[in-house]
Design a protein around this ligand. Structure first.
Ligand code: DQA
Length: 176
């Protein structure tokens, strides 16, 4: 048994829900990368005044309306993000991720997404193409289903609606 499956009964319950096996809501994992814990205070002219807690609450509320179980995670550490993606393997149906600065550098996060075979929506609060050239490159752009940027905090909610659509498309393809 993989170690993460042996840890808590909650993990098992989440797994069943993520796969729709229990008939419960399907899980979507939302990951926020480094410095996004400072949203609302950090460069508000670029990233807006909405705090991360407010974004997470809005995501969970919209998730309830859409019949999705939304799990959120923020870390400033690349390894912790890789670990969280790996734990979602076979459990979450879609990944929504704003890798923040790691967008531009992280092969490890790209590889984790590919290894876990998770359909992914990439989110950025700002329009990275209207900013410095080093922000124009994304290591994950070529492996995600789609990218949403430039709409501030609203982008996460747009991404969750996109996730819902992806899940419906998967179900239709599976003949469910
Ligand atoms: C960001 C854009 C990145 O370039 C930056 O490093 C961030 C946030 C965005 O959401 O606009 O931290 O991902």
């Amino acid at each position: 048994m993989p170690p993460e499956m042996a840890t808590t009964s909650k993990a098992g319950a989440d797994g069943a829900a993520a796969n729709g096996g229990s008939g419960g809501p399907v899980a979507v994992l939302v990951i926020h990368g480094p410095n996004l814990n400072l949203l609302g205070q950090r460069e508000p002219e670029i990233y807006g005044r909405t705090r991360l807690g407010d974004i997470d609450r809005a995501l969970k509320q919209l998730g309830r309306e859409l019949g999705l179980k939304v799990e959120t995670f923020q870390s400033n550490s690349e390894g912790a993000i890789v670990d969280r993606i790996q734990r979602a393997r076979g459990r979450a149906r879609v990944l929504v991720i704003n890798p923040a600065a790691y967008t531009h550098t992280s092969v490890a996060i790209r590889d984790a997404i590919t290894a876990c075979d998770l359909p992914t929506v990439e989110v950025h609060l700002s329009n990275v193409y209207a900013r410095e050239a080093f922000r124009h490159h994304s290591t994950i752009a070529g492996i995600v289903v789609g990218r949403i940027m430039g709409f501030g905090a609203e982008g996460y909610l747009l991404a969750l609606r996109a996730a819902k659509r992806l899940i419906e498309t998967q179900r239709a393809a599976a003949g469910a």
